[in-house]
Design a protein around this ligand. Structure first.
Ligand code: ATP
Ligand SMILES: Nc1ccn([C@H]2C[C@H](O)[C@@H](COP(=O)(O)O)O2)c(=O)n1
Length: 666
């Protein structure tokens, strides 16, 4: 997951390959609650691991439910059988509507003292209609902040004091989660038939279908009269199905379906974990994508997508049945042959953010003309000349972030900056990493930092890579490991052994794991950092065959979203086309002092004078060798950091990097 302040996506040109999607959030959180309320143990496979499921799991633990995390994405839930072990708890539910709404209903009926709160946005998301419905039953719930919104306090009520004989009326036109919450919770008290009447036109019906489907898996068969009346039969009891598999998230599939529809070439994009037969309503995104021209095939638990019509065909769609996935259509609409309108999407306004406002504002930043109203959005296509490189605000809304990643696919070849990319953790923590496995870009960005020993290249490069979310290549470590392997083989790091050393370098069993350097599984991170190892590295690095042997390995570090590489010849030989090359220097006295401090802090005793002599000897060898000598690239920016702190050096390089980017500071 990217925890950086922003993530820059270079322009995409093609997409192909296979992605496996994480489990559905809607199914995961419903299954967790049902498993917790049920009798027996439920093993849940392919559970989504995300912010929203984590708050649900934490809440269940706080309520005394046994939660065992087994392998990977499998969780075992020991059901409470409708009886609370802990009738008092304070639950923080983040921004997870799929936890807040159903838990409010279930805990109101279970009899206990509870406080439910969330992040500030959760306290702006309405819950009054659900609280009103529960109050009709006799539940006692207080608002701790604004009436109609969390946080809430739930007071215990004896089952005998609940009024179950009259139909419970609940509004269906604000959020279908209110009805879902009642359907999931009312079997707890079904000593008689309990009827729910929906007031107003029920929105997002497919989500109710998921609820009914999963209730049936847990032994509750709800009788339905159209979409207006639902009856939970007397004597309903939750029974664990034993094992249950969570389908991959159909809403998450929408980004990859769109990608397949947008990708010009490169073959088809295969999506695994969800197929057209899915129980999730958002799978009907396929119909909308096909309507726009996408070529979509499906089989059991898979989808395959390729570009069909181009430009895409504009649509005018009542998107009430696919509220989440429909956001993806708004970005696809930029490539359509006319304006596209998404209607009946008022629920967008009460989601993680006001999604109509958010989508309109960010699409406009890309240069698009957008019209919007209380329950619709109309997006006009964007001509190549009108696209702008935008910094996309994500409003702590995972779907805004994921949708706008698709804007990196544009005819103008412009990058997109996604601000606060970590918001995808709500439902798809590895979204960007997954995206990077299937997209093709003309150029993966590289920043080169070259310079003499102890100038601070490594420190600077690691920090810059961290700020940008880029990969890091410490090319010196490759020569250092080669030097170590040379010694271990009983060879001298000299020209006489050039061929043998090059053969060693070619097949180094090297791994970089969590900042450690492993040689054949052994952690050699400290062994390669001694001054003697540095000297050996310098010697082997002067051998042309060794440099050639390490060339391909270094180039393989260039992966999305970008690379910061440090060494001696990053800008001159390995990545000569890099947009930013920095040649970092500091006075010999400063460098010797820094290295001295560094070694002392590691418990290695040495003297300043010997260190200075060593580093000057190393600089001389590195600069005078015949192949790839240490020297600034012609277009390198020089930075003498003798008088700069590490933070100042990092800031300078990041500023230079920003200067190479087309983003306006809007
Ligand atoms: N601008 C700076 N101001 C003060 N100290 C710094 C600065 N940059 C780096 N240092 C310190 O100098 C020491 C050497 O830095 P670093 O290991 O990053 O250098 P290097 O150029 O990568 O060395 P080598 O080429 O030998 O691997 C570290 O202890 C680091 O914290
Ligand atoms: N791109 C590179 C990186 C390193 N070397 C050589 C020369 C150095 O003295 C030695 C150790 O590098 P360090 O870890 O100090 O950065 O490796 C090189 O020739 N080319």
């Amino acid at each position: 997951m990217f925890s950086t302040a922003f993530l820059d996506l270079p322009p995409f040109v093609a997409a192909a390959g296979t992605v496996r999607l994480p489990g559905s959030k809607s199914i995961s959180n419903r299954v967790l609650l049902l498993a917790a309320l049920a009798e027996g143990t439920t093993t849940v496979h392919d559970l989504l691991d995300s912010d929203d499921t984590r708050v649900m799991l934490d809440a269940l633990r706080a309520l005394g439910c046994g939660v065992e995390l087994t392998t990977g994405s499998t969780v075992r839930i020991h059901g409470l059988n409708g009886q609370l072990h802990t009738p008092q708890a304070t639950l923080f539910l983040g921004n997870a509507g799929t936890a807040m709404r159903p838990l409010t209903a279930a805990l109101s009926l279970l009899g206990g003292d509870f406080e439910l709160s969330g992040v500030p946005r959760m306290h702006e998301r309405p819950i009054g209609d659900l609280v009103d419905a529960l109050t009709q039953l006799g539940c006692q719930i207080d608002y701790l902040g604004n009436p109609g919104y969390p946080p809430l306090r739930i007071h215990p009520v004896a089952p005998a004091h609940l009024t179950l004989d009259a139909p419970i009326r609940v509004r269906g036109d604000v959020s279908s989660q209110f009805l879902t919450a009642l359907l999931l919770a009312l079997p707890l008290v079904a000593v008689r038939d309990i009827t729910i009447d929906v007031v107003g036109e029920l929105i997002s019906k497919p989500y109710i279908e998921i609820t009914l489907n999963l209730l049936a898996r847990f032994g509750i068969v709800v009788q339905r009269d159209g979409w207006q009346r639902f009856t939970i039969p007397a004597g309903s009891r939750y029974r664990s199905p034993g094992e249950i598999h969570v389908e991959a998230d159909a809403s998450s599939a929408s980004y990859f379906i769109a990608l397949g529809a947008l990708a010009a070439s490169g073959g088809a994009l295969r999506i695994e974990g969800v197929g057209a037969e899915s129980i999730q309503g958002d799978i009907r995104f396929i119909e909308a994508a096909r309507q726009m021209g996408a070529h979509v095939e499906s089989g059991p638990n898979w989808l395959q997508v390729a570009r069909g019509a181009w430009p895409l065909k504009a649509i005018d769609l009542d998107a009430n049945h696919i509220p989440d996935a429909a956001m993806t259509l708004a970005v696809m609409a930029l490539h359509a042959d006319g304006p596209s309108t998404l209607r009946n999407i008022a629920s967008w306004r009460v989601k993680e953010t006001d999604r109509i406002d958010a989508m309109a504002a960010e699409l406009r930043k890309l240069g698009a003309m957008v019209e919007d109203g209380p329950d619709f959005i109309r997006v006009h296509p964007l001509a190549a000349a009108d696209w702008r490189a935008a910094r996309i605000k994500t409003y702590d809304d995972h779907r805004v972030a994921m949708c706008f990643s698709l804007a990196a696919f544009n005819p103008a070849g412009l990058p997109v900056r996604i601000l606060d990319p970590h918001c995808v953790a709500k439902t798809f923590p590895d979204y960007f990493e997954t995206l990077f496995t299937v997209i093709d870009v003309p150029e993966v960005p590289v920043i080169c930092i070259d310079g003499p020993t102890a100038s601070g290249k490594g420190t600077l490069a690691v920090e810059v890579a961290h700020e940008l979310g880029y990969h890091y290549l410490d090319s010196g470590s490759l020569y250092r490991v080669t030097g170590l392997a040379t010694r271990r083989k009983g060879l001298e790091p000299e020209p006489a052994y050039e061929a043998e050393i090059a053969a060693l370098a070619e097949t180094l069993p090297l791994q970089f794991v969590k900042g450690k350097v492993l040689l054949d599984g052994e952690d050699v991170s400290d062994a390669i950092r001694t001054e003697a190892a540095g000297m050996d590295a310098s010697r082997v690095s002067a051998l042309p065959a060794v440099r050639a042997a390490l060339l391909a390995l270094q180039k393989r570090f260039r992966r999305l979203p970008g690379l910061v590489a440090d060494g001696r010849d990053m800008g001159t030989v390995i990545f000569p086309e890099a947009r930013l090359k920095v040649f970092l220097t500091a006075s010999a006295a400063q460098r010797a002092e820094r290295r001295h401090k560094q070694l002392i802090s590691k418990g290695i005793s040495t003297t300043l004078d010997s260190l200075r002599a060593d580093l000057e000897a190393r600089d001389a060898r590195d600069s005078s060798r015949s192949v790839a000598p240490l020297k600034p690239a012609q277009d390198a920016r020089r930075l003498d950091n003798s008088q700069l702190s590490i933070a100042q050096s990092v800031e300078q390089v990041l500023n230079w990097w920003q200067e190479t980017q087309p983003f306006k500071s809007s």
